[in-house]
Design a protein around this ligand. Structure first.
Ligand SMILES: NC(=O)c1ccc[n+]([C@@H]2O[C@H](COP(=O)([O-])OP(=O)(O)OC[C@H]3O[C@@H](n4cnc5c(N)ncnc54)[C@H](OP(=O)(O)O)[C@@H]3O)[C@@H](O)[C@H]2O)c1
Length: 332
């Protein structure tokens, strides 16, 4: 296949396309309005009607097919479909010469992710999993603050979120679309563990499967290069908590909802307490999108904030947890 290279115009404007026009695509499109020099120019979804409504609200040309979207002159594709379809869309887009920002989980298992990353390397295009927390102003401020006034190496990460009452037809509960708490919610916690503790070495999991065959609750203890993580995720109990990062010199509480973070408290062993308060604008997805646009302009193939290895470590944890629960998706 010939790889098209779309020139970036002199003002640096990145032309975006979206595949899938559901809930998260709306939030992405709202956020895009807060990203300088970025515009939604094309979109496609399986069903024409939601795509036409979406374009009426947010702009962009509705393409007649996914191939037409790939050939529409966009620089970057945002993948906002259900997760069992991410790998195929990502590989096709990379092979067509596009940069790809792909919703979480990037893929449903590690072998799929390795194929996507191979395609990105072969095409020399940027691929990033849309893992939003590290791009929020609070998270960046926290990192900068801990660099300037350290608590020492983080040795324990504790985080969890469980949201009951998800409608029966929601993709989170769909076996066909590779739903379940681990891939839907747990992947954020796996990110937090990997981001502060490094590669996972061992994952111990307890949990249960629900009526649709996907996991509805899981509790993980994982050993990483840098320490231990205690994580939970669920779709059948109610519990949204703060995230805790513990070190020798103190601990950090990233207040709930830490996956859309805006407040953190740092308590030092010498008694100092530092409160960070960093509101976000634009719904929050705009920060990862702005970062992605900057990487395209700089000719980068990988994000230093959300590099490929982090996605690989996260999906390896999810694979290990699913194996412990005996949950296999189609083709596995
Ligand atoms: N970053 C975040 O904060 C965040 C939050 C929520 C979800 N997500 C992720 O975003 C993705 C989408 O979630 P959502 O909540 O937006 O779901 P959603 O509202 O149900 O939208 C799913 C979209 O996928 C399309 N779709 C469904 N089955 C498909 C298939 N077999 N092939 C191609 N397209 C298909 C749907 O098209 P039709 O209209 O034709 O059915 C719809 O456009 C998931 O991977 C989820 O984990 C991320």
């Amino acid at each position: 296949m010939t790889i098209a290279t779309q020139e970036i115009p002199s003002d640096g404007t990145i032309r975006w396309g979206i595949v899938g026009t559901g809930r998260i695509a709306r939030r992405f499109a709202q956020g895009l309005a807060h990203v300088p020099h970025a515009q939604l120019t094309a979109l496609w979804s399986r069903r024409a009607e939601p795509a036409i409504t979406f374009a009426g609200e947010f702009g962009g040309e509705v393409c007649a097919s996914f191939d037409a979207l790939l050939a529409s002159g966009i620089h970057a594709l945002y993948i906002a479909t259900v997760q069992d379809s991410h790998a195929d869309y990502a590989i096709a887009a990379l092979q067509a010469g596009l940069h790809v920002l792909c919703e979480k989980p990037a893929t449903i298992n590690q072998p799929q992710l390795e194929r996507v990353l191979d395609a990105a390397r072969a095409a020399q295009r940027l691929f990033m999993e849309a893992m939003k927390p590290p791009f929020y102003p609070l998270y960046r401020k926290l990192r900068a603050h801990l660099d300037a006034e350290p608590i020492g190496a983080v040795g324990l990460v504790r985080a969890g979120c469980s949201v009951p009452g998800v409608p029966d037809d929601h993709p989170s509960l769909s076996f066909e679309h590779a739903g379940g708490a681990l891939l839907d919610i747990g992947i954020y916690e796996m990110f937090l563990a990997v981001d502060w503790l490094g590669a996972p070495l061992e994952v111990q999991t307890l949990g249960r499967l629900g009526a649709t065959g996907v996991d509805t609750f899981a509790s993980l203890n994982s050993q990483h290069e840098g320490g231990i993580a205690q994580l939970f995720c669920g779709l059948d109990l109610h519990g949204k908590g703060d995230a805790l990062l513990m070190a020798k010199g103190g601990h950090v509480t990233i207040h709930e909802p830490w996956w859309n973070p805006s407040r953190a408290t740092i308590r030092y062993t010498d008694g100092r307490v530092v409160e960070l308060d960093e509101p976000f604008e634009g719904g929050g997805l705009n920060y990862e999108t702005a970062h992605f646009c900057e990487l395209i302009r700089a000719g980068q193939m990988e994000s230093p904030v959300m590099p490929h290895d982090k996605s690989l470590h996260m999906i390896a944890m999810a694979d290990a947890a699913r194996a412990a629960l005996g949950l296999k998706f189609a083709g596995e």
